[in-house]
Design a protein around this ligand. Structure first.
Ligand SMILES: [Fe+2]
Ligand SMILES: [Fe+2]
Length: 277
């Protein structure tokens, strides 16, 4: 799988930023909370992969790393614009971003490079299984703003395209052994606890700061969306556990068929960009 960097811009509707998901503001702020992590998180991913770059001899993997860095940089840029719209709407985005950045800066300073890479491949796994859910069930991003749907779908497609890259870097610098298995899997456990803890806290914080709905209003729909039959979280449990299989590789779960739509989606995004210009 050869990832490609695509310089796409999305023009999100500022008036809808707190209520774009058809399942209501609780679900909207679930994805809004996720967006807060991307710019700083993706810079951390880039940093941890770059550290090992000069040890990679395979020219194809080198090319894939270049595309991975390019894609993550574009995602970061678009989610920065997304987050700026939330800030404009009065949400306390800057301090929320600063807290994630402080944690990741601490990680960069204090953790061994291999632990940082293990956190990256764990979070890339998390992102890849969420991306698969977005692509498989279009209702995941059931948006009143068509540009919002396009943005999440583009991100999901590119996360799918590059899901093996950081993992292949890890495999290139660590031979299979019990130690490398434990480095990899403990990374997923720890990264998941931290990520889900933050995500939950941030979703609550955004709902509170939004103030237009009661803290528990729409909670039944939100919980159904996450934990109901065929819910978002329930769908992720199986693929999340696959990571613990010795010899696991992200492409064991072959969903490359989705990538057939990427050119059409890019053309659609560029068309909307031109129309808006
Ligand atoms: Fe990304
Ligand atoms: Fe990624």
């Amino acid at each position: 799988m050869k990832p490609t960097r695509r310089d796409l811009k999305f023009k999100l509707d500022p008036n809808r930023i707190c209520d774009w998901h058809r399942q209501g503001p609780q679900v909207t702020h679930f994805f809004n909370a996720m967006s807060i992590f991307f710019p700083v998180g993706e810079r951390f991913f880039i940093h941890s992969v770059r550290h090992y770059r000069d040890r990679i001899r395979d020219p194809e993997l080198q090319q894939a790393i270049t595309a991975f860095i390019g894609q993550e940089a574009m995602h970061g840029r678009e989610h920065e614009d997304y987050n700026a719209l939330m800030a404009q709407a009065g949400l306390p985005i800057a301090p929320m971003e600063r807290r994630v950045a402080a944690l990741l800066e601490w990680g960069k300073r204090k953790l061994p490079a291999i632990t940082q890479l293990s956190a990256t491949i764990a979070l890339e796994h998390f992102t890849a299984i969420m991306a698969d859910r977005v692509l498989r069930k279009d209702g995941t991003i059931d948006s009143r703003d068509p540009q919002m749907r396009l943005l999440w779908r583009w991100h999901a497609l590119e996360e799918t395209e590059h899901k093996g890259v950081a993992y292949d870097v890890f495999r290139s610098v660590r031979d299979p052994s019990l130690k490398s298995y434990l480095t990899r899997t403990s990374g997923l456990v720890i990264a998941s606890i931290i990520f889900l803890g933050f995500l939950h806290a941030y979703q609550r914080e955004l709902v509170r700061a939004d103030g237009r709905i009661g803290r528990l209003q729409g909670m039944d729909r939100y919980l159904r969306f996450l934990f109901g039959k065929g819910g978002f979280v329930r769908d992720l449990v199986g693929p999340w556990l696959d990571y613990f299989r010795p010899g696991f590789h992200p492409w064991d779960h072959d969903n490359h068929d989705f990538l057939l739509e990427i050119d059409a989606l890019a053309a659609q995004a560029q068309g909307a960009q031109l129309a808006a210009a």
